[in-house]
Each structure stands twice: as structure tokens, then as C-alpha cells.
Design a protein around this ligand. Sequence first.
Ligand code: BTN
Length: 261
Amino acid sequence: MPSLSPEFVAPLVRGRFAVPYLWRETCASTQDLLRDSGLPEGALAVAEHQTHGRGRLGKMWEERPGESILMSILLRPPVGSPTAQLSLVTALATALAIEHVTGLTAELKWPNDVLLGGRKVAGILLEGDGDAVLCGVGINVSQTADTLPRATRLPATSVALAAGRPIDRALLLAVLVDRLEAEYDRWRHDGLRALLPAFAARHRLTGREVTAGRVTGTVAGVADDGALVLVTADGESARVVSDEVIDLEIERLAPASLDDA
Ligand code: BTN
């Protein structure tokens, strides 16, 4: 199985990102390869396997070697920028890259999940590093039904399972880096508002009943500043800025064994 070593990926990347390109067979977390590194914006860390892959909210990101895209990119947005929005920017770029390579339509689940056929295929993890942001992306690419991560809240899938064919990981990574650069530049120049139509078109939570913290309501959409907007049963509007959002329908679909694993 071809790796994501620089010889396979560098020739496919066209823009200014992915310089330098750090690649490891194994590391604890690609986030840690960039932390405190002093590297320039666009520095990319990629691994075939992580021994301590991190998800949001203290969860683990589970995978077997050589089946995923595990990457972190160093971003240096202007000081004072609303950097939490980069989760939405990166999720959109990831969805667009998957769509480009597969021809499928990806869905987004605010703020950081990418889904295919209602199942989670990718997640985004943002971490601060001084004024910089470490933006981690994990994509299940080549997993079979037997090798998918099991201890997940949402049912999982891989790009290959959803597409019904093998996927070239190096190509998907290169397209993702290019899309991320394009969407990041658009966000910097025009703000999140410029990306919201593309986000909204893929947002599977719109019109659904969700719970965020103590609030349950129907999702009206995503505000210009990136907040999730809910309408509660008594007609009040509620904004969710950062929380775990549970889609009650997906929750009902998730086999109990996945939650119990
Ligand atoms: C989530 O869905 O909770 C976010 C998952 C993010 C996983 C990626 S894999 C590459 C990078 N390194 C990590 O340790 N985590 C992110």
C-alpha cells in the first residue's frame, strides 16, 4: 500500500501549503510534531499511525496503520481573528476534497464532523499554539467494515467503503491541502460569511432536533460568526458556541454496541 511519504504527495500539491512536509511512520500525535516548532504557516505533519491520536472533548482518535489520513497543519491567522471558525473552514475543505475525489456528496455536522451516508468519516481538532493554530484532520480512508474504529459515538465509515472502491490516499491528501488553502484564504479575505452557503448546503443538522448541553431545539442554521442557532420548543432562539451537539436521530441510529465498546 503506497504511503503518504513526501515522494508520493509533494508532486501533487500545487499551492504554498505543505512546506515543510513532515512525515512519520508512527508518532504520538501529528499535532505534537508542530507544537512549539516555530515553523511557518502551512507546515504540514502527516503520519501513517498515531499512538495517542486525539479527538475533541478528550476523546481518542483510533486507527490502524496506513488506513487513514492523519494530518496537522500550522496556521498563523492574524492576531485577534475568530480562530474557532477554522473548525468550520477545515470541515468544509475536507468535505469538498472528499467530494472531488469520490464524486459523492459529503455532509457536515457542526462544528467539526464530516459524514458520508450519515456516518462519520472525518473529524477536525483545533488546538492553540501561542498565536498559531494547530489544525488536525483525521479521515478514515481505506478501512473495511472490520477495521473501522468501534469506540465511536457516531456510526463510522471510510471513504473507500462509501465510494465502493479503493481510494488513493496521497491524491486525497493533496486535494485536501489545496482546498484547505483556498477556503482558508477566502475566510481570511472575506470572512466566514463567504463560506456559509457551501457549509449550509451540506449541513445535515439543519431542521433537525438536537441537544447541546441543556438546550434542545431545532437547528435553524449557522450564524455569520459560526455559532449554531437553535429554535427551542417555546420559540426562543438559542446560540451554541462550543459544545457537544447530539443529533437525536443519529443517536437513535447508533447501535448500542458502538457506544458500549
Ligand atoms: C474529532 O472528530 O474529535 C477530531 C479528530 C481529529 C483527529 C486528527 S488525526 C490528526 C490529528 N492528530 C491528532 O491527534 N488528532 C488529529
